[in-house]
Write a protein that binds this ligand. Sequence first.
Ligand code: ADP
Ligand code: MG
Length: 905
Amino acid sequence: MDQELKAPFALEVEEVAGKLATAPEIGLSAGEVEKRRAIYGPNQLRREDVKSAFAILANQFKSIIVWLLVAAAGLSFLLGDLAEGIAIAVVLVLNGAIGFFTELRAVRSMEALMRLTEVRTRVRREGMLREVNAHDLVPGDIVVLEAGDIVTADLRLVEASNLRCDESLLTGESVPVTKSVSSVAADTIIGDRVNMAFSGTAVTQGTGAGIAVATGMETELGRISALAQTADSDISPLERRLDRLGRRLVWLTLALAALTSLAGILRGHAVADMIQTGVALAVAAIPEGLPVVATLSLARGMWRMAARNAIMTRLSSVETLGATTLIVTDKTGTLTENRMTVTGYLLAEGDVKAENRDGSTGFSAGSSPLDPGEDAALGWALSIGALCNTAGLGDGSGAAATGDPMEIALLKAASGAGMSRAALEERSREVKRHAFDPDRKMMATVHACDHGFLYAVKGAPEAVIEACDAELTGEGERAVDDAGRERWIERNSRAAKDGLRLIALAMKTAKSDAESPYEGLTLVALVCFLDPLRKDVPDAIRASREAGVRVVMLTGDHAETAANIAKQSGLASPEMSVFAGRELADLDPQSADPQLRRRLLEADVFARVAPDTKLKLVKLFQDSGHVVAMTGDGVNDAPALRKADIGIAMGQRGTQVAREAADMVLKDDAFSTIIAAMRQGRIIFENIRKFVVYLMSCNVSEVLLVGIAVGAGLPVPLLPLQILFLNLVTDVFPAFALGLGRGEEDVMRQPPRDPREPIVDGKRWLLIGALGVTIMAATLGAFAVALFELGLEPAEAVTVAFLTLALAQLWNVFNVRRASQGVFSNDITRNPYVWGALGLCLGLIALALYHPGLSSILGLPLPSAAGLLLAGVMSLVPLIAGQAGLILSSAFRSRAAAKIESSSA
Ligand code: ADP
Ligand code: MG
């Protein structure tokens, strides 16, 4: 086999197949695939995003802190203080290890998440059509394409029927290229190689098949991405913001630390001691761990989302998800089950009820049963429904039905009446198919029959009725005029009001199979389907309303059907406002008059929406300040999905193109999953805020404590190694625990966060300051009492200060709860990680105090029992003060709320 297949587009299909030793009709054998995979490797862009453990380790040495510590250790050795130098080195290693393992875990967890969105692709192997993971493609595989697919390798096409690809990814040209199989000149540029389908491009129309001629990095896309390697980093904006926050603090901190050292030296403390203290303080105050902990809690939250069937495909979206203010959802399959059954046929001469029981369909008109064999119109309705159909019922022996549920329902109704598709096909073989066109809302198939060709058409009733100039009765065709069409439209609306989904069936016969399928039709019937509301939808809609998130429905279906489902689901207000197709068709939100804009913004339902209207509506909502989440499944939805702040694609119903464009994929297509994911999005952000406030308030307390004590001429209450111990060992665990919290019960009863709000807003800066000051004051108080009241040795007083500070910082986790939550029952007290972290830290502190070696290195001689008691009691002061503050603020807020309520009443 030829390994260097140059310019396959210039060769004939047979040549390409020959050179790659494959057969377009049969494909490769399993053994051959194995062999080739060993040669060519997986079909995958070699991305740098699998970070090696070594790179992560190296990352740990990039922080300022490490170098500060190295300097401090060096200084100790230089001054001959061997024990201290070693201790700093140990802290350095410990800190590095914690950082390394955390980051490793976070990174691996993220990578695994990203792998959840694997792409499947259909191939012909051993003469059969199979679905495989796109990674498993090898050169020579025969890949089968269909509208909505993303091409998974570079293909030399061997079949192309009406095939068009959007190649803007490679060429920048946004108009889809029509594909064919004939070869082109060897010097043809990419955009004109019409017999190739390139990896990463989207099939917008038609069907086809091609021989994989290049996979992985050998594809055109691979070549580009090799050039653009590393351009696209996978850091979320959240982490970047935290990083920036940290960097901004660095200089402030360094200045403060330097000032403290200077003040100490002026006050007569030893220069070397003060330099070490300054270094330790700088280390303490730089929040370098923030981005890593953020990654960890992001990954954690995303796994929780994945467990609830929501797969995030872009990290950055997790944050936006919690700030969403408006969900634009489709109806079929998201709000409804998409498990349809045919409940009746509206024929020219009356309504027929249908009921499918155990695979056989019973029909009745009024109260008398009806035999489709005797009613010609009903018979035609059943056969047109089964013929103009792309679904399959399976083989009856366990293989599941495949295809559009509505089409499956049509097949079931027909086969239940003894008209299987296979039998129908025998008499009227399908020769041509016009795929469903979402703009016209119709599809057609053409069948060869005795005296020419039969056109079978189905589609949205308005569209089909419009295209009919006759109707089918028991006795044959009968012309219809405008009044007749109007009557059909009315029958359609009446049935749709009951929440039924309707579709029209029509037919015509012609001498040629090349006629335009959508004119001069004879209307056969309107079919009614029941598509029940998903059970969990009303609750989910209620939940989103409580969360301050508006839900609007946007559907291609009939306005009345949509309105009925909107009412059932509780989505719409009693005075529901519905916009339907025609009003929206030539809508220009930018130039719409203010009154129309307001009506659009307040609408509950948009029905009979054409795909391009979706994009306009997203823009309209965004311009009015909404953060928009929008669902979509078709190729046409991709622009709107991209434009929306959160594009949501359907995992089951959706096309690959839609999935590629989306930020989130719903594995179960269910609306309630969006709400569950949103909840997680909010929790992640809240958790990050909590540990940021926690860590920063602890750090502030340390800087203030040493700074003020030294400035006031007191002995230094905290030694450099102790500062390092607190910061790099004990502070970290409660912060992790906060990052992993399961969230408050009432996160979804809060209004959405303003997306422009910083992570640490004014209120939180205040809280950080207040908590820091309180912890500092309690520690300084304990230190002073130990020195001057209990008369302890200065070294023992330092132990008291250390212990007070360490414990106060531990208890401080309880101070970062939301004010609206209970003192004893809140998400922090319910978080098992918090208790675990507290236990671990208490153990570490006890070790520092009671382990003879450790206590002497850290400079922690055991004080008297009174000293220990003092530390214990004083450490509770910040906790009590913090809780009192929270209670006060909550009382104040509910009074304010009550006042607003009474003044508005
Ligand atoms: P929705 O699924 O929300 O109703 P779509 O845009 O998918 O919206 O479909 C629009 C309309 O086109 C449907 O309400 C139906 O009347 C019609 N339709 C959908 N799928 C088919 C199909 N496979 N064949 C014929 N008509 C269809
Ligand atoms: Mg649909």
